[in-house]
Design a binder for this molecule. Structure first.
Ligand code: MF3
Ligand code: CO
Length: 256
């Protein structure tokens, strides 16, 4: 089902989005060489609870995971790109870390993800891959607005990722979001202009370009959740929640 939010609900979504962005920013700034993924999960849990918000993850048990998730944030290291289950691992210099967080506040959910490099080293391929997902996300947001279609967003995202030479997986992509984290419509990371669902004010979407350096194939980790690149190559992911407005799209997951 596609949900259209009222102006009051979109206004509450801004609070949720700011919280998600603040938690991601804080977690990023605290993360150093030696930080354990389980520490990051505890920080997220504490910040969610302190804000009086609810985790969209902890009890989540969809068909694509061995539910419930049981943690508060997704932590993907290097070849782990989606649904990274936090586990006992201390980050090393140069690790490419993806944090993905969705929470609900005042009955409205928001979802965002960032990738960054831990420590001081800056492996050029990792830097390029992260930048490609960020640029694809910006292009997707720019293509969104009333009257545009999901295919316009998918096309814009896919054009950036393909131009940078990344294969694109279409099993997982963006999605509607509102009273719950995952809703229709699906927004694939590649597609055709003019196709798909027509956007209108009050629709919220999570757009999430993600890539793997040299493959489009995922494998599931023995933990039953974490999705890794089939070749073991590095991966990156950038996500924002946006709201369609009367004249464009507003990014909901921005820090205040
Ligand atoms: N937030 C993720 C997304 O971008 C979904 C994570 S599901 C989880 O759609 F169960 F792994 F947490
Ligand atoms: Co999402």
């Amino acid at each position: 089902m596609v949900e259209i939010l009222s102006p009051a609900e979109v206004s509450r979504a801004r609070d949720t989005g700011a919280l998600v962005a603040d938690i991601l920013r804080t977690a990023r700034s605290r993360t150093t060489v030696g930080t354990n993924l389980l520490d990051i999960d505890q920080w997220a849990q504490a910040m969610i609870q302190e804000a009086g918000a609810q985790s969209c993850y902890v009890d989540y048990a969809p068909s694509f995971g061995r539910g419930p998730f049981g943690h508060y944030i997704c932590t993907g290291v290097n070849d782990a790109v989606l649904h990274g289950l936090p586990h006992d691992y201390a980050l090393a210099d140069g690790d490419l870390l993806t944090l993905d967080l969705a929470v609900s506040l005042g009955g409205v959910a928001a979802d965002a993800a960032i990738s960054f490099i831990v420590g001081e080293s800056r492996p050029p391929e990792s830097v390029a891959m992260i930048r490609a997902t960020e640029r694809a996300l910006s292009a997707g947001i720019a293509a969104a607005g009333p009257g545009a279609r999901t295919g316009d967003i998918s096309h814009a995202i896919g054009a950036v990722l393909s131009a940078e030479g990344y294969p694109i997986n279409t099993e997982f992509g963006g999605h509607g979001i509102g009273s719950t984290m995952h809703q229709d419509p699906h927004v694939a990371n590649t597609g055709r202009r003019g196709r798909g669902y027509k956007l209108r004010p009050g629709l919220m979407l999570a757009l999430e370009p993600w890539v793997m350096a040299d493959t489009a194939e995922l494998v599931t980790d023995p933990d039953g959740w974490t999705l890794r690149s089939a070749t073991g190559c590095r991966t990156a992911h950038s996500e924002h929640t946006i709201a369609i407005t009367h004249d464009g799209a507003e990014i909901i997951t921005l820090p205040r």
